[in-house]
Design a protein around this ligand. Sequence first.
Ligand code: DAH
Length: 357
Amino acid sequence: MDDLRDKYLTAIAGANDEAALEDLRVQAIGKKGEVALKMRELGKMTPEERQIMGPKLNALKDEITSAIVAKKSALEDAALDERLRGEWLDVTLPGRTRRPGTIHPISQVTEEVTAIFADMGFAVAEGPQIESDWYNFDALNIPGHHPARAEMDTFYLHRDAGDDRPPHVLRTHTSPVQIRAMQAQGAPIRVIAPGRVYRADYDQTHTPMFHQIEGLAIDRDISMANLKWVLEEFVKAFFEVDHVDLRFRASHFPFTEPSAEVDIRCSWEGGTLKVGEGDDWLEILGSGMVHPKVLQAGNIDPNAWQGFAFGLGIDRIAMLKYGIPDLRAFFDSDLRWLRHYGFAALDVPTLHGGLSR
Ligand code: DAH
């Protein structure tokens, strides 16, 4: 029996894995194992012999069982240690630096302009980018034969042959939002409408999609003087300067009468733009007193109400303010460009907090 014990305890101590242990268990104390065979021999023994040998065999069986259990848990511990060594991780290493995204200059400038006009009591209005030709043209006093339709390089939406519903277009300007806002809110009204507009044009200063902000203020006695003041306040606040010179140049738009294009005094000394000084003039927007026919299209009585409107290119003033030379870069989604010209995501432009800090 001592031989049996030595044989199995040595084998168990040397077992390399659970499968080997299981084989040893079957061989030693399984139903047909060596200990079981010895137990069968008890029947042939004398009662005296049996009284000695029975407990001894049971003790041997227990000893082998606990040796297997102990070895099994030792093997498990070793396996865990091995895994922990392999999956080791230094939690004291510094984390990877985060690369937060940036706010695109177009979004930034839209927010800046919105903050400035909100301060002057203008609400934000919106309209669809796919617009009927009535809102985009007719309602704005641009009838079918008008040269302005051709000048705008309009994208028309496809119509099947025989489908003679009136055409839809990608809006060529934000001016149709004037009509929608008047129809929805009536007079008096003070809104700006920022958004995307589309024209079939592409070169260094033109992209087929760009951004405008429309402005509209209608009340009983609004005049060109109000327009002038509002635009001066806007330009000063936007370019963050105390003084600006604006030049109102007589112009023509079908939807305003009279109409004016507005230039700001600037200098390009040393290749950088300075607003408010110098001898150059830079056109920044179109404006005028809303045409009576446009008021009518918006269901507003032109004998009781009047007001001004203006349209401003966001991309253009973004390039000017932030010294961005090529318009097309706005739409390249180049991460290096965005990191350079983008704005911190949490710096929301406000008049009290600073527009562009
Ligand atoms: N809609 C014009 C354009 O896209 C800009 C414009 C000019 C808008 C004069 C106006 C305005 O509201 O009064 O070129």
